[in-house]
Design a protein around this ligand. Structure first.
Ligand SMILES: Nc1ncnc2c1ncn2[C@@H]1O[C@H](COP(=O)(O)OP(=O)(O)OP(=O)(O)O)[C@@H](O)[C@H]1O
Ligand SMILES: [Mg+2]
Length: 508
């Protein structure tokens, strides 16, 4: 039967310990289309996908895939019928070569022996057909996240997937890498493969998807052609009310003239940091822009005492400092909200309250005894402030949606009331509404005199919030932008050419 839809999920319901998180949701994807699944943090997107791929069981509803009803009980079965899932965390084996990863479980044999030459050759051809020319015999983990993801995609082409699912696959990619990924998505589409795409970055949705399904609080809001929606319309469907003050809010320039708080000079470390300078005033929000590998995170890690520097000087309030351990930096009033919540962030089996207070035991304990009431009160304050979607302070963090886990980590560092906070991609994986609230909070704390170093790959986030933007390129300063100079164009040309274009629209 020539069914137009590759996937038809109808009436899907799911509860976790009596909390219903999906309410009779219908979700359909056409063959060969790129379909976005949108909704706020905790709306139920990942849960719906996990039900589709057999990771979670469903309480009700039916699933038709390629015209046939399916009941999957694990992820492997979903692969077998042609569903391939690219997670944000790579699910391949880093130590094996790229080619081995692509062909794992489907080795080509000759006279009963694995034919490595053929595997390498075929892998190379496959990646080339996706526009990627790399050495496939090198271990996968010698390449960056983007290429690892491409290998996962190549594998899904090989296993003849009919549907490729990308749940926030772009969140740790930079602009150039996203371009490569989008080229590949277009090629998959041309081969008739459908792509289910989840991202909190609206420009990506409008660039790459044909249709959108919106979920809110576990209910289906509707199914739309992307081209029929404006950004504002999409956002208001996601949040359930007018998006006027979320999309397109005007930026107010501030001239911060308070005294200098931090001065960093000529920081060098290995080949990544090759001489970086930075100053931040009290209450100033300074953005750090650059491509992946430009040295932004590495630089932050050196300031915070996680990594050593080979050279360079750091002063706080005019006094030279050197933190041998993050604990000393924290004592000195510094906070560092890391981009990598999986590694440096959450402690899965602890509660939300415990995860928030973990870096701040002094505040919630006396003589080494934890005051649980205080711990809960702090957690409650932040659950309200940044709308963490949870059943309560005692819920385990591992049961929160991805974006809500991120909010807990942010609450941890904000609740310390530091003098200086480094925020590395603080709104990665965070929905538009919550992003606005977090950005408001960042500006609010800066108004209270807290200095902020904001590392972000999203230009719009830098433009909306920063008093100054410092652009890094190959481990060095490429240039600095203040006030009205902070435009997408200027940031981009500093990243690309190390200088700001003159002439054209650049009038004083
Ligand atoms: N294993 C679990 N146990 C209990 N509750 C869960 C579990 N997994 C998800 N939930 C809850 O289900 C709801 C939907 O979560 P889900 O992860 O599907 O959201 P999402 O739309 O993917 O959000 P995000 O944009 O933050 O990734 C949330 O309230 C979450 O706390
Ligand atoms: Mg999710």
């Amino acid at each position: 039967m020539g069914n137009e839809y590759i996937l038809e999920m109808s009436g899907i319901s799911k509860s976790f310990s009596s909390v219903k998180v999906l309410h009779e949701v219908d979700f359909r994807i056409k063959r060969g289309e790129v379909h976005a699944l949108m909704g706020e943090n905790g709306a139920g997107k990942s849960t719906l996908i996990k039900i589709l791929t057999g990771i979670y069981s469903r309480d009700g509803g039916t699933i038709l895939f390629d015209g046939e009803e399916i009941h999957l009980s694990n992820a492997l079965e979903s692969q077998k019928i042609g569903i391939s899932t690219i997670y944000q965390e790579i699910s391949l084996v880093g130590q094996l070569s790229v080619a081995e990863n692509i062909y794992i479980g489907r080795e080509i044999k000759r006279h009963g022996v694995i034919d490595w030459r053929a595997i390498n050759q075929k892998s190379k051809e496959l990646l080339e057909s996706l526009g990627l020319d790399i050495d496939v015999t090198k271990p996968l983990n010698s390449y960056g996240t983007a290429i690892q993801q491409m290998a996962a995609i190549a594998r899904s082409v090989l296993i003849e997937a009919k549907l490729v699912i990308m749940d926030e696959a772009t969140s740790s990619l930079d602009d150039d890498e996203v371009k490569v990924l989008f080229d590949i998505i277009r090629k998959l589409k041309a081969k008739g493969i459908a792509v289910l795409f989840i991202s909190h970055r609206l420009p990506e949705i409008f660039e790459i998807t044909d249709r959108v399904t919106v979920l809110k609080d576990g209910y289906l809001v509707g199914e739309y052609r992307t081209a029929d929606l404006t950004r504002k319309e999409l956002v208001s469907k996601m949040i359930g009310h007018d998006a006027e003050n979320i999309v397109g809010a005007e930026r107010k320039y501030r001239d911060v003239e308070s005294e200098e708080y931090l001065r960093v000079q000529d920081i060098r470390s290995g080949i990544k940091l090759r001489g970086i300078d930075l100053t931040i005033r009290r209450g100033e929000i300074v953005g750090l822009a650059g491509l992946l590998g430009a040295g932004r995170t590495e630089f932050a890690r050196v300031i915070f005492g996680i990594d050593r520097k080979d050279r360079g000087e750091i002063w706080i309030d005019g006094k030279p400092v050197e933190f041998k351990l993050p604990a000393y930096a924290i004592e000195h009033g510094l906070a560092f909200c890391s981009e990598d919540r999986k590694v440096e962030g959450i402690i899965p089996n602890l509660t939300i309250a415990e995860n928030i207070s973990i870096a701040n035991m002094k505040k919630v304990s006396r003589f080494g005894v934890i005051n649980q009431a205080k711990q809960r009160a702090v957690a409650e304050e932040y659950i309200k402030k940044i709308r963490i979607r949870t059943t309560g302070t005692e819920q385990k963090i591992k049961n929160l949606s991805g974006g809500n886990q991120q909010k807990v980590i942010l609450a941890r560092w904000l609740s310390m009331k530091p003098d200086f906070i480094i925020l590395d991609e603080p709104t990665r994986g965070i929905d538009v509404g919550a992003k606005k609230e977090i950005e408001d909070l960042i500006r609010k704390i800066s108004g209270q005199g807290i200095s902020v170093l904001l590392i972000s790959s999203e230009f719009e986030e830098l433009i909306r919030n920063c008093d100054r933007v410092e652009v890094l390129r190959d481990g060095k300063n490429a240039g600095s932008l203040v006030g009205e100079q902070i435009t997408e164009n200027n940031i981009m040309s500093l990243i690309a050419n190390g200088k700001v274009e003159t002439g054209g629209e650049q009038s004083a």
